[in-house]
Design a protein around this ligand. Structure first.
Ligand code: HEM
Length: 253
């Protein structure tokens, strides 16, 4: 039963989450042709381009506040929803409010991926950052940029050229007082904003995320891709031929 659940979850990541995040075409291409750049060579790892750049795209999707229960209050992310303590009853999540489930109203949408973060992530609480000397260390955007610089990530433009994508123009980047090439994290957010309508990653962000997620699953000796690549979900779903996160949630509730 554990393995069945893991395989269904891996399926949801590769056939629901990833196509939504990077598009059907890129997902299908990486699943079929394998990676062009990420070479785990049997030892899967998380590359710095993923952890310190591309996958931090999620910081731009966080909203200022969330409704967690039907008819309930909206809670600001900080301080109300900070972790590191027992879960208060009023903070338990009704998943119908965060995922579209059949027969229910559309769930809350994430904020567009556009390079802007809500004020709460620009002024992270001390419970997250610890004591800081410089105010900028409270800002998640500043931390994302610093981390990328610290690990020596290539610019977004450099990766675009390396993968054969057309780099964003200065106008698309819309960075008024910046003449250099663009830090990878910020580039990926602007790319999503202007080439993916704020809803999905573009060529640079999408390629990094898709190659890593697909290959991490493929290199997991327990995964369905490693054991039986033509396996299909067996649990019931709302639409024949598909299996999505909503189907897993319906089974779990
Ligand atoms: C309220 C929501 C979130 C908060 C408060 C938050 C906060 C943070 C903080 C403080 C860090 C460490 C930053 C540093 O000093 O380098 C971090 C790292 C990171 N975050 Fe978030 N984050 C949130 C949501 C997300 C989401 C939705 C994603 C992806 C979809 C994401 C992806 C990452 C990644 C990949 C890292 C680097 C992890 C590592 O290298 O170990 N975060 N986040």
């Amino acid at each position: 039963a554990r393995l069945a659940l893991v395989w269904h979850y891996q399926w949801v990541i590769l056939h629901d989450f990833l196509p939504t995040l990077v598009g059907n075409e890129l997902t299908a291409r990486v699943l079929k042709d394998g990676p062009r750049f990420y070479r785990p060579n049997g030892e899967p790892f998380i590359p710095v381009e993923f952890a310190d750049g591309a996958y931090r795209y999620g910081h731009s999707q966080i909203k200022a506040d969330y409704q967690l229960q039907l008819g309930g209050a909206r809670f600001p992310v900080f301080p109300d929803l900070a972790g590191f303590r027992p879960l208060a009853a009023e903070h338990s999540v009704d998943w119908r409010l965060l995922f579209d489930l059949p027969g229910h109203r559309p769930a809350q949408r994430a904020k567009p991926i556009d390079g802007q973060l809500p004020a709460s992530l620009i002024r992270l609480p001390e419970s997250i950052t610890g004591a800081v000397e410089v105010n900028a260390y409270r800002s998640l955007a500043a931390r994302d940029l610093q981390r990328g610089q610290g690990t020596g990530l290539p610019s977004g433009e450099a990766i675009a050229r390396a993968i054969g994508a057309t780099p964003l123009t200065r106008k698309e980047l819309a960075l008024a007082e910046w003449d250099g090439e663009t830090p990878l994290w910020l580039y990926i957010l602007r790319e999503a904003a202007v080439r993916g309508n704020g809803e999905r990653l573009g060529e640079v962000g999408g390629r990094i995320v898709a190659e890593v997620l697909v290959e991490i699953v493929r290199n997991d000796p327990e995964s369905y891709l490693a054991n039986n690549p033509s396996w299909q979900p067996t649990l019931p779903s709302h639409q024949a031929g598909t299996f999505k996160i909503r189907d897993l949630l319906v089974l779990a509730t």
